[in-house]
Design a protein around this ligand. Structure first.
Ligand SMILES: [Mg+2]
Length: 229
């Protein structure tokens, strides 16, 4: 029986909405702790985000207000990681779950900070749809993607071969390279930060889609070699 496994960030919902929700939480803390105007702080953070990426945002915003030290950086990180995310599934996601779940077991495989990812899973209500949500860092960092470790756990749990397992993800740097060579089927959704990235063949998925609307029961059956081609 085919098994359908989903990535979470930028596959099921738009990841930048999580980042904004986290920045908002940090701004709330900056207001409460230092009386800083939260809209002003948010503007600074987004300017840094666009200019330099996510890594230095908290350092820079604290420096801007003369508050940069290790304790405050840590507090920003804590506010960001522990906040209750204000995020929602994409329009196409629930209908996709609804039609596929009738036929196939669904799973989630996601990398990232354990608490952050667990809060996202809860905010998106994914436990209701998935037979199990694998947050790879729970098994040790070295088992995060591209490691096939948790994918093999899914095979063992469902008593199926890799050829019966489809992974749907958006990041060609790590979502497909580790599992494709072991026989897993792969689908790349062309969206998010990586949508224009073109890598060598071994990093590519078997097939590309633009929307989860394209994931239908016959599509899954064909990809696992069970449908009539
Ligand atoms: Mg992703």
């Amino acid at each position: 029986m085919p098994i359908v496994v989903f990535d979470m960030d930028d596959t099921l919902y738009v990841e930048t909405t999580y980042v904004q929700s986290g920045f908002q939480a940090v701004c709330t803390w900056l207001t409460e702790a230092f009386g800083i105007d939260s809209r002003d702080a948010l503007r600074v953070m987004n300017a840094v985000l666009h200019a330099e990426g996510r890594g230095k945002v908290f350092d820079r915003v604290l420096t801007e207000y003369g508050l940069f030290n290790r304790t405050n950086v840590r507090k920003c990180l804590t506010a960001y990681r522990l906040h209750q995310p204000q995020i929602v599934l994409d329009e196409a996601t629930l209908p996709c779950f609804e039609r596929l779940r009738v036929e196939f077991p669904l799973y989630l495989v996601t990398d990232g900070n354990k608490i952050v990812q667990a809060n996202k899973v809860a905010a998106l209500g994914l436990d209701e749809w998935m037979r199990f949500c694998y947050i790879t860092h729970r098994y040790g960092r070295y088992h995060s993607k591209p490691s096939p470790y948790v994918f093999h756990k899914i095979c063992a749990r469902e008593q199926v071969a890799p050829q019966d397992v489809i992974y749907v993800g958006d990041n060609p740097h790590k979502d497909f390279i580790g599992i494709k060579k072991e026989g897993f089927r792969t689908v790349r959704i062309m969206r998010g930060a990586f949508k224009d990235v073109e890598l060598r063949e071994e990093y590519e998925a078997d097939i590309r889609i633009d929307s989860l609307d394209e994931l239908t029961v016959p599509f899954i059956e064909q990809l696992t070699g069970r449908g009539n081609m």
